[in-house]
Ligand binder design. Structure first.
Ligand code: ATP
Length: 453
């Protein structure tokens, strides 16, 4: 494997420089690990989510969509086990006043001596570990009184289980079928960090796939394979991806089998997505707590059962970080260093940039005409300011796969040059064919050029 030039610091600085991600509330000094997504960040994140929806909804006929509330009935979290069990062990250091996750001390730095882990120096004075619930608590209504406490959801999954009965009645679905949801989740993580890898507010893409109990094992295998295919098809290098099955002592209370899709980030192999066999835990718990029957009844045979659930659960922000890390590259063009995001064209925030070579001789007018035509079909950008080389570099840094240049010949024969971000090949294309050519290229299978470097 050739050495990768990417580091987390380079990603953070590119994201800020080019307007993908900013530290939140910066004018007030920032707020720990909160981030705001800028223009290109929004476009990239939307593309990730759209590709997930496409794989879940458009390309299948056994999954339906949901967008449930962030604040749900507090009994939800009693039934799900989050109120009692969604905790991390916390320790305080009486010397440096920092807090750490007791089970992750080897990943943390001592506040006084960052080369050491907490507890490793004679000055460290750690408290006993105590459990800290990760759910954000708030109140509904104007008065904080008994019964008004609610929680910001720590996962999108439970909203799906609460709606299972609605889908049985109204969506006319029967197992095997799934309900998919994308939305914000909140966890009061003790230690955040590594940019958008672990934050307290993040987005999840979760599917709960309901199956007959006897088929749970084979559907779990199905989703492991499907989800790995999705990550690879969107360009993540296969040698940077692995499936890791949880050991028995790692499994959550509800799970009989879980495998994580892990990506080789600059911080090492880390979870991108968890794919769990949740059995009938959730539906049974919510049936017990709500007094409602949450089961499938076959009206023809009278057969009834509580479906088992397979759950692929991925983080949107973590996915975006993996795509950025995987795409980041540096090379030399004509003796100058170039930074380039070799993103899969389907994920690239902007698909095509339209650039007049000079700002005169009718070129800006023709370029604007080409731009207006292209933007009806794909996310396009027009840029006429500065030297052409600088404009190419800017598009390379935001990962734009193609640039269309209008030059003096364009005014004579209505052709333009189409430049490829990765191969740097330039071909002449008739303006009338540009939309089809770009659409054709967007539809082609794609493989990271970093695999061949
Ligand atoms: P971790 O072990 O990293 O804390 P988890 O196993 O608790 O993650 P899940 O509950 O399985 O995570 O959530 C599914 C996905 O949601 C994770 O694979 C990850 O991509 C994303 N995710 C979870 N917690 C966070 C967070 N604090 N910040 C960003 N993304 C997160």
């Amino acid at each position: 494997m050739p050495t990768d030039v990417v580091t987390m610091d380079k990603i953070v600085s590119l994201c800020k420089r080019r307007g993908f991600v900013f530290p939140s509330s910066e004018i007030y000094g920032g707020l720990g690990s909160s981030y705001d997504y800028g223009h290109y960040g929004v476009l990239l994140k939307n593309n990730v989510k759209n590709q997930w929806w496409k794989a879940m909804l458009q390309e299948r006929d056994d999954v339906v969509a949901l967008d449930s509330a962030i604040i749900q009935h507090p009994r939800t979290w009693e039934a799900s086990g989050h109120l009692a069990g969604f905790t991390d062990p916390l320790v305080d250091c009486r010397t440096c006043k920092l807090r750490f996750r007791a089970d992750k001390l080897e990943d943390a730095q001592c506040g006084r001596k960052p080369s050491k882990h907490p507890g490793e120096t004679p000055d460290c004075d750690l408290t006993e570990a105590r459990d800290f619930n990760l759910m954000f608590e708030t109140t509904v209504g104007p008065v904080k009184e008994e019964g008004s406490t609610v929680y910001l959801r720590p996962e999108t999954a439970q909203g799906i289980f609460l709606n299972f009965k609605n889908y049985m009645q109204f969506a006319r679905k029967k197992p095997p079928f799934g309900i998919a949801q994308i939305g914000k989740s909140f966890r009061n993580e003790i230690t955040t960090g590594n940019f958008i890898f672990r934050t307290r507010e993040f987005e999840q893409m979760e599917l709960e796939f309901f199956v007959p109990p006897g088929d749970a094992g084979s559907w779990h295998q199905h989703w492991l394979a499907e989800r790995m295919k999705w990550w690879v098809a969107l360009g993540l290098r296969p040698d940077h991806l692995q499936l890791r099955a949880h050991d028995a002592d790692e499994l959550s209370h509800y799970s009989s089998a879980t495998s994580d899709v892990e990506y080789l980030f600059p911080i090492g192999w880390s979870e991108l997505e968890g794919i769990a066999n949740r059995g009938d835990f959730d539906l049974t718990q919510h049936a017990n707590f709500s007094g409602q029957k949450l089961e499938y009844v076959d009206t023809a045979t009278g057969e009834r059962y509580v479906p088992h659930v397979i759950e692929p659960a991925a983080g949107v922000d973590r996915a975006m970080l993996a795509f950025l890390v995987d795409a980041y590259d540096e090379d030399q063009i004509e003796g100058e260093q170039r930074t380039v995001l070799r993103l899969h064209p389907l994920l690239a925030p902007v698909k095509v940039a339209v650039l007049p070579l000079v700002r005169k001789d009718g070129q800006p007018e023709l370029a604007a005409e080409v731009y207006r035509e292209l933007r009806d079909h794909v996310q396009a950008e027009y840029d006429e300011g500065g030297a052409i080389g600088r404009r190419y570099r800017r598009q390379d840094e935001i990962g734009t796969p193609w640039a269309v240049t209008i030059d003096h010949q364009s005014l004579e024969d209505r052709t333009v040059t189409l430049r490829d971000r990765d191969s740097l090949a330039q071909v002449r294309v008739a303006i009338g064919e540009l939309v089809d050519v770009i659409r054709g290229r967007l539809g082609e299978p794609w493989r990271s050029p970093k695999l061949d470097s």
